[in-house]
Design a protein around this ligand. Structure first.
Ligand code: RAM
Length: 357
């Protein structure tokens, strides 16, 4: 029997103008409706999600997408995270899950290439491999479909423009990333570097890229070191939710943000990608004026749906294939078998209270 689910309360998003990774769109809500057919007749599809590392609220939100749609899609969901986001930390987890008889493995890879062999071994056992949130950049043939938040090529330009507008397009800037192997952050940083070659940004100088490994403590010490090493630093972009939350705390403690007690040269401006709940306090206090993210739950819902369909061989992982997830809208498998699940949202003190994740 199909039951209507009311777990995510996001129709509120429909009221908010959302930047759809470059274009302005209106969200139709994050919850699929109950008319979606279950993937398998009677039996559930066993799907395991492997995040980059444990204890990150971003991935809890992504998992909520799997959980809220599990009954509707006919999914038995489980997840297992490695302790750290090292390039090879997911190898043993992938092996475990394939061994346990999971039918679909969805993972946010910590490396674009270190997992190829392990993933191929799981595929050889019949496990469907889907990447989500990050991709096996350059090694896409080792997974079936990549479910990404939005068009990755737009994130770098969006982030540079966000910071540029806040610092008058002038001054030294730095990037606080996740791990040095992270395929998603590396793609976005490449986009940032390319964007900075545009004459519009010629007075913004990228002085350093540092890596907090998606660990709060390391992200904190890396931010502190940046501030000490570059006394004229005007801006930091942290395209990682863990890094952005940690950096916001450093700025708040040191009172360095624009308007704060120790602000120099207009203050140190921080932006990046983060979850609204982790940044609410900083935004309200004025430590962070604007930052961005998508709803990670969308990635979970789309990956879960695709997992059931691929497993049941109801959908072909082929460029150009279009499919509908009732209540969520139409999707298409694009170049490199990538499916875009969500939209980029800019959070400010005006809209942040409308989000709860
Ligand atoms: C961190 C992770 C994740 C990324 C977000 C923005 O939680 O690195 O992969 O998508 O930040």
């Amino acid at each position: 029997m199909k039951t209507r689910l009311h777990i995510l309360s996001l129709p509120i998003l429909a009221m908010i103008a959302i930047s759809g990774c470059g274009s302005t769109k209106t969200d139709s809500g994050s919850k699929p409706d109950a008319s979606t057919p279950s993937a398998s007749s009677g039996t559930k599809t066993k799907i395991a999600f492997i995040p980059k590392s444990a204890g990150n609220p971003y991935f809890a939100r992504l998992e909520s997408g799997f959980k809220s749609s599990a009954d509707q899609f006919g999914v038995e969901f489980t997840s297992q995270a490695p302790t750290t986001a090292d390039a090879t930390s997911q190898i043993s987890v992938i092996k475990d899950q394939a061994q346990r008889g999971e039918e679909v493995i969805v993972l946010s890879p910590n490396s674009p290439d270190a997992l190829n062999e392990t993933l191929d071994q799981a595929s050889a056992k019949g496990v469907v491999i889907i990447t989500a949130d990050a991709d096996l950049t350059g090694n896409e043939s080792h997974r079936s479909i990549g479910v990404l938040s939005c068009d990755f090529s737009t994130i770098g330009p969006e982030q540079v423009e966000l910071l540029g507008a806040l610092i008058g397009y002038e001054g030294e800037i730095a990037i606080l990333s996740a791990t040095s192997d992270a395929p998603n952050q590396n793609a976005w940083i490449e986009g940032m570097k390319k964007t900075l070659t545009d004459p519009k940004y010629s007075k913004m100088k990228l002085v350093e890229v540092v890596y907090g490994n998606d660990e709060p403590q390391k992200s904190t010490t890396e931010t502190e070191a940046l501030i000490t090493k570059h006394p004229n630093l005007r801006g930091i972009i942290a395209p990682t939710s863990v890094g952005l939350a940690a950096a916001a705390q450093v700025l708040s403690q040191k009172e360095l943000a624009p308007g704060a007690k120790n602000a120099k040269n207009g203050g140190l401006v921080l932006t990046g990608l983060g979850t609204p709940n982790e940044l609410k306090k900083a935004v309200k206090a004025g430590t962070v004026a604007k930052f961005q993210l998508w709803d990670p739950a969308d990635i979970g819902i789309v990956a879960s749906y695709l997992g059931t369909q691929l497993r049941a061989k109801k959908l072909e992982a082929k460029v150009g294939t279009k499919f509908e997830i009732p209540g969520k809208g139409s999707f298409e498998i694009k170049d490199k078998n990538i499916v875009i699940a969500g939209k980029l949202v800019t959070f400010t003190k005006e809209n942040i209270d409308q989000y709860d994740f």
